[in-house]
Design a protein around this ligand. Structure first.
Ligand SMILES: [Fe+2]
Ligand SMILES: [Fe+2]
Length: 343
């Protein structure tokens, strides 16, 4: 089987252009070595990423750490062969990239456009413009990565597993254009961006076993997301204080509902991932209903829910919940107010 195709076995890849790319990488890294450490780290990542562009994707490797994929937390996973597990992992990673892309285009970009229409101090306005430019770069990066991994799924479109009904898109666009009325979306940005930092760190920790393009994409993403979390908090400070008490109550409840409905419980999109796996491995079709049942059952599995959101994963967001009475009283995935944890 040719190198760099989804079914290829786990051997190393040695594409024809590797020697040339290795020399290019060395010369770029030598130039970068002369720079100051912080700048050097970021440019190293960019140099690596641009060189990786020339290399085929290694389909013999995982795209994500296994514990970050839902099926790993079900009994069905133990019954899969190594090749089936690896392919499930890769399909889930494509879906994960879609999620980032959806979050940053449909949600992030729309809300940043709306925020930029508000009067902000110059420093914060400049920060918001940078925020928006960086999110556009991230979207382009994850779009390109998915297109390289599965051109049959992503040529001419961004989404295969994520399918949001048009009515939802229309309603959310309307709400996102009104950040003063719906600061809940800033909370959502904060929790998701902080969570993406945790995921990136976990991917980097497993970098030896993860496909290099994915490691680099998440390394670059993490470099910017640290600043995004800070901006989210700064904007939230302003918007939440301005909100009427009734609006805070409604927005906090809306947040808890949206988190559960769209960002916690395995539902339609994750079932599509499992179905795609069974589509590639016909021997799994008979067990597909049971796999689907087990994935859906994760919504009631506390250990799984805590693996999505916890004080370790989103410490800043949870500390804000503790300090915000409207959130402290809510049932939110993985969250218990600090005084309950201590008790
Ligand atoms: Fe991003
Ligand atoms: Fe971001």
């Amino acid at each position: 089987m040719p190198v760099g195709t989804p079914g290829s076995p786990g051997g190393s890849i040695r594409p024809p252009g590797l020697r040339c790319s290795g020399a290019r990488l060395r010369s770029r890294l030598e130039e970068i070595a002369l720079l100051r450490p912080a700048r050097r780290r970021i440019l190293n990542a960019f140099a690596m990423a641009s060189v990786l562009e020339d290399l085929p994707v290694d389909f013999g490797k995982l795209f994500l750490p296994e514990e970050l994929t839902p099926l790993f937390h079900t009994p069905s996973y133990g019954a899969l062969t190594p090749a089936q597990r690896r392919r499930y992992n890769q399909l889930h990673a494509l879906y994960f990239n879609e999620q980032i892309l959806f979050f940053e285009t449909a949600l992030g970009n729309t809300i940043l456009e709306s925020l930029l229409r508000q009067p902000w101090p110059d420093r914060l306005a400049a920060g918001l413009r940078q925020f928006q430019a960086e999110e556009r770069q991230h979207s382009a990066m994850f779009r390109r990565l998915n297109q390289r991994c599965a051109p049959e799924l992503y040529t001419g479109r961004d989404f295969h597993f994520v399918q949001v009904p048009r009515i939802w898109m229309a309603v959310s666009r309307w709400a996102l254009a009104r950040p003063l009325l719906f600061p809940t979306f800033l909370w959502l940005m904060l929790v998701q961006e902080e969570r993406s930092l945790f995921y990136s760190r976990r991917i980097l920790r497993h970098r030896e076993s993860i496909e290099p393009h994915f490691v680099q994409a998440h390394r670059l993403h993490m470099a910017d997301e640290v600043g995004h979390v800070r901006w989210d908090e700064e904007i939230l400070d302003t918007l939440w204080q301005r909100a009427h008490p009734l609006s805070r109550k409604v927005n906090s409840k809306l947040f808890a509902w949206m988190l559960d409905e769209f960002f916690t419980t395995p539902k339609r999109s994750q079932l599509r991932v499992v179905e795609a796996l069974a589509g590639e491995f016909p021997e799994l079709r008979e067990g597909l209903p049971e796999m689907r049942r087990q994935v859906l059952a994760l919504s009631r599995d506390d250990a799984f829910r805590t693996s999505l959101y916890s004080r370790e994963i989103v410490p800043r967001t949870f500390a804000r919940f503790d300090a915000t009475p409207e959130f402290r009283a809510l049932e939110i995935c993985g969250y218990r107010p600090q005084w309950e944890v201590v008790r």
